[in-house]
Ligand binder design. Structure first.
Ligand code: SF4
Length: 442
């Protein structure tokens, strides 16, 4: 079986600091989508030239860079200021794949997906598979490392993207800081295994804003807490040191939100899955986290119907859900992933049994989620504004408990104040269904 390929993108950025911010946002988004960066043209599957068109010399330099990319690679997208004059570019380089103007990073990312597509791996994809929904400007995914040192049997990430390779904390924080300066109000920290951040570089010291930090999950949370933005942690495995960041959540330095892909609760299934960490004490720890930080939201994903999963294993999972009362949960029916070792395991679960278990799982979680949402009626929640409905009558927002694209929304029908995307305002919750809240702003 072939391993999936991770396309590589080369980026050349010319021009002013604003163009650099566009390039950084393109890179941030590409990293979160699973692309790798190529340091040279030859090794890239596609090249982006972010141009400058302000002075004649800058235009010449931009055209020269496009020419070089065309010669050495041939698959070239042009963006930036000179992109506002597509005829100038087309005249010299009729075969460029696409041309966009400045600050159109969404269009650039879209074109990269079109010309160098990436295969999806739904059990482990970091960003939800929602067609090609691009990140609005008020929130951004921040990828802190690439690859993974684990060997989960249903996953091909380590063979596709290699072992864990962490970006030094100072580099991650500079990117985060620039995103916040460019208007981002919420940062979503992602990697394949966020709590393992820095292990590969022995938690190397790194400097940011004149202070020394270790390249480590705890220090990252501490540094991110200094930013004027919501910070949401995804793909955190429940290693013991995760307990140390809960007080920072209680103090509102980072959002009281943890996305932990548990995948199952039966030790036998987890062993077959080759998952890192131990499940036995996890329920106890979750209760402690809630004692320390009562507002914490726990999100997770699970796989039902994994090869060898018995009725007993499944019942164990259902009982565990009852016990830990997770706030947000996604569930997949197991299916073989090309190249994953789980395909060769014995005792594959028949499709009708998978289907039955999935429905039972979803019904249970829906009940838990509905009760949790009901309990929020009457409370006031800080919410970030995402936009308005098509008819313009309802404001779409999210509370601290809702990650964009994967969790619920807060719909505001009655808002006395003018608001814009990215504003954070207190909302009085007046109603709820299984996944969403409804509220008003006085
Ligand atoms: S932790 Fe497991 S599932 Fe996640 S990327 Fe690593 S090997 Fe894959």
């Amino acid at each position: 079986m072939n391993a999936l390929k991770q396309p590589k993108v080369g980026i050349v950025s010319l021009g002013c600091p604003k163009a650099l911010v566009d390039s950084e946002r393109i890179i941030t988004k590409l990293r979160s989508d699973g692309y790798a960066l190529s340091p040279d043209y030859a090794g890239a599957d596609i090249v982006v030239v972010n141009t400058c068109g302000f002075l004649d010399s800058a235009r010449d330099e931009s055209l020269e860079a496009i020419g070089e990319a065309m010669n050495q690679n041939g698959k070239v997208l042009v963006t930036g200021c000179l992109g506002a004059e597509p005829e100038v570019i087309r005249q010299k380089f009729p075969n460029v794949l696409g041309i966009t103007g400045p600050h159109q990073y969404e269009a650039v990312v879209s074109a990269i997906h079109e010309h160098a597509p990436i295969e999806k791996n739904k059990f482990v994809d970091l960003v939800p598979e929602a067609g090609l929904k691009l990140t609005p400007r008020h929130y951004a995914y921040l990828k802190i490392s690439e690859g993974c040192n684990n060997k989960c049997s249903f996953c091909i990430i380590p063979s596709m993207r290699g072992l864990l390779s962490s970006r030094p904390l100072g580099e991650v924080m500079t990117e985060a800081d620039n995103l916040v300066k460019s208007g981002v109000k919420e940062l979503l920290v992602i990697s394949q295994d966020t709590s393992a951040y820095g292990q590969d570089i022995k938690y190397a010291q790194s400097q940011w804003r004149d202070k020394e930090y270790r390249t480590k999950f705890y220090d990252l949370c501490e540094a991110m807490g200094e930013l004027d933005a919501w910070v949401r942690m995804h793909y955190v495995y429940p290693y013991p040191h995760v307990d140390e960041v809960i007080p920072m959540m209680a103090q509102n330095k980072i959002l009281p939100y943890l996305d932990i892909p548990f995948q199952h609760a039966s030790p036998a299934v987890l062993k077959n899955m080759k998952r890192p960490g131990k499940i036995e004490k996890t329920a106890e720890r979750i209760h402690k986290w809630r004692d320390m930080c009562p507002d914490i939201t726990l999100r997770s994903t699970f796989i039902v119907g994994f090869p060898g999963e018995t009725d007993k294993d499944f019942d164990m999972l259902m009982d565990w859900l009852d016990e830990v009362q997770l706030d947000r949960v996604g569930c997949f029916k197991y299916e073989d992933v090309r190249g994953a070792t789980s395909a060769a395991l014995d005792n594959h679960v028949p499709e009708d049994v998978k289907e039955e278990r999935w429905h039972a799982f979803m019904a249970k979680q829906q009940e838990i989620s509905a009760a949790k949402m009901q309990a929020k009626i009457g409370s006031t929640q800080d919410c970030i504004i995402d936009g308005v409905t098509e008819d313009g009558k309802t404001i779409i927002a999210r509370s601290k408990a809702d990650a964009p694209e994967i969790d619920g929304n807060v719909f505001i029908n009655n808002c006395a104040k003018p608001v814009t995307q990215g504003d954070i305002i207190p909302v009085k919750i007046t109603d709820a269904d299984e996944y969403d809240l409804f509220g008003e702003v006085s």
